[in-house]
Design a protein around this ligand. Sequence first.
Ligand code: FEO
Length: 171
Amino acid sequence: MISGKMEQALNEQVKYELYSSYLYMSMAMYFHGLSLKGFANWMEVQAKEEQAHAEKFMHYINDAGGRVVLQAIDQPPADFKSPQQVFEETLKHERFVTGRINGLIALAREENDNAAYAMLQWFITEQVEEEATADEFVNQLKIIGDNGHGLLMLDREMISRVFVPPTAAAN
Ligand code: FEO
């Protein structure tokens, strides 16, 4: 049975995962405005992944005998300076989420909650990947700089990303 403290902390995490989805959807709309369909597609897939993260937490709370209470989600920024700045913001945000997951792990240890601890391990691996991907795009966009041709080439690559539900990919 989940403790009240853990239930509350995981409910808060649901909010952050849904905010992440909102943020990436906003970034996708920014890219649509620039006619960068590949970048927009990439961010739309990212938004779906975040929704799936929220669902993973919600299902866990239910399975552990807790109650999901959805909270208000903040408004994400609507304007960005450049594709590079978008990925810098993405990296910053993912580092923040990693900090939150680490905080949840510390709480699971404190509460001697082995089930929550085990569930959170999946997110640790996921965060390493998410930070690495955002960092890679920041670096590639730095190399591209003002080269429109390079930007369009990357855009063409990003159109091929498809959403794979995390439950099918790994659990
Ligand atoms: Fe759900 Fe991008 O962390």
